[in-house]
Each structure stands twice: as structure tokens, then as C-alpha cells.
Design a protein around this ligand. Sequence first.
Ligand code: ZN
Length: 334
Amino acid sequence: MNGINIDLLKNMLSTYSPSGNELKISEVIKSEIKDFVDEIKTDALGNLIARKKGSGKKIMLAGHMDQIALMVTYIDDKGFLRFSNIGGFSPAITLSQRVIFENGTIGVIGSEKLESLKDLKLDKLYIDIGASSKEEAELKVSIGDSCVYFSTPLIDDKKVISQALDDRIGCFVMIEALKKLTDTNNDIYFVFTVQEEVGLRGAKTAAYSIDPDLAIAFDVTATGDTPKAKSMAVKLGDGPAIKIKDNSILCHPKVKNYMIQQAKENNIPYQLEVLELGGTDSGAIHLTRSGVPSGVLSIPCRYLHSDCEMVFLSDVKNSIELTKNILENDLILN
Ligand code: ZN
């Protein structure tokens, strides 16, 4: 379908991987790419770092493996769970969702009785795993356990819907570009980072150890193409978005321009992205050591941080193509 590896994508989207516990997705990615790289290792924080050696510029690519999660803080006498959010959750989106824990326990998010919808806050919500007492709940979950939205990924001939597109789709683009790479001089580090959703933490230590000449992060970005959306010049289906800025970075002009040049020369559709809120791994990477010129390739995505994030397959395909071209050519940064 569209030349996209659907089985791999579905598997990645179905793998449990909350921030701070990314081992399962790391194993899926490692087994998928190990035969395509010269070195592969997991660092002290859990970042998966794969290197395709070359004598040219040292390039770091970063896509985050973690996903937003809810962590159990308290179990009441009746077996209901209170929680804290790991990453950004909207109370309105969270209510009535199904969630799944690492051991497969599934619960639903309920709410206390509220006088007004304005009172809908995360601390008014609880997780109901169907337990009748604290003791029964404790057989299935403990304080500190994390759960993620539970939904089956949907992939049809045009779109993908899943709770984990942020940022499994960025990782997927990196993997598929790596597999398509032919000759390149560049010394390329494919880094699948941990703990992005709680503050770009994995990217920070990985960039320090790699000390790259240049970095590109791969992540989803918001769009302005839904009814009465906040104005934003990014649409599903118009190609990968080359980031100009977000809250964490003003992308280096030379990196941004090189990405645009590669899109133009190879007739790959692209769009320019100015995201007024949010950030991604490049935010941490570009401030590492004495500074790293950095950019971001974004996959346009609707309904971010919900159980039904949506991207178009055409954008995924064009992102893979653009990445391959970016990596195969000699980077001119002077
Ligand atoms: Zn992300």
C-alpha cells in the first residue's frame, strides 16, 4: 500500500512506550535496523543510537520513542486510581478514554460529579480498572505504574489514525529512510530518544556524547487545516513541513535552507512551519556543548496528544524521500 511498510508501522504504533519506560519500542526498532547500520547501542538513559559510518559530516537524526502517559499516584479504598500526567494531557480529551498498562490491564477514565464543565481538570478524573477494592486494584497496578491511551491503529489507503503517531511516525520515517540509503559520505547517527515529552531529556545527553556537526529532529507538528483552527500554514497532504521555529528553537538558516534545497531539487512537496507552541528534540540538541546547527523535519498531524492523532500516508512517504535525499548529499554549511 503506497510503498509503506504497514506491518512495521502498525507494530510500532501498538507498542507500549511511556516516557521513562521505552524498552519495548527500543527493541522493536533495534531488531528492524540492526542489519542496516555499522554500530548500534543503547546509552545510559535508554536512547537507542545507531551509526552508519562515513568520513564526511557528523549528522545526528533524532526521533523520540516515548509517548505521553498517565502515572498512578494513589489508589483509593474502592479501587479507583488517581494519576499524574507524564507529558501534555487535555482533561476534555482524557475523559472517557480507555487506557492500558504495561501488563495489559485496561481501564477507563471517569470523572467526579462536576457543577460545570469549567471544573473539568485532570485532578477531578480517575482511572477505573473495574476493581472493587484497593486490595483488588493492587493485584493489577502499583503506585508509579504508567498507562497510555488504548486504541487500535487504523491505516487505510490515505491516512493513519493512532494514539502514538507522536512520535512513532518520526521514528518510522528515520527507519525507512535508513533502509533506502545508498552511498553517502556522511557519518550518520540515527538516535531514537527517550523522555522527549517531559523535557527533551534523552536528546540532551545523546547530543552531548555524539557531538554532531549538524542535527535534524523528526517529529509531528500541528496543522491549521481544520474548521476554525488557529491560523497556521501547515496542511495534511501538502508534504513534510520544514520547521522555521517553535518554542524551543529558531532553526539554523543553513540547515533549513539545505532541507528546502533538497526538496526543490528532488521535486518533493514541502511546506514551511512556524509553530507558536511546543518544541522538540532539536530544542535541546542545538544548545549542546558549543552549539549544534539544527533543523526539524515535521510530519503534519491533526489532533495531537489525543487517542486519534491523524497523518496522511503521502506526507509520510514524502518525508522518507526527503530524508533520504538530505542524507545522501554532501552538506554544505559554510
Ligand atoms: Zn513529539
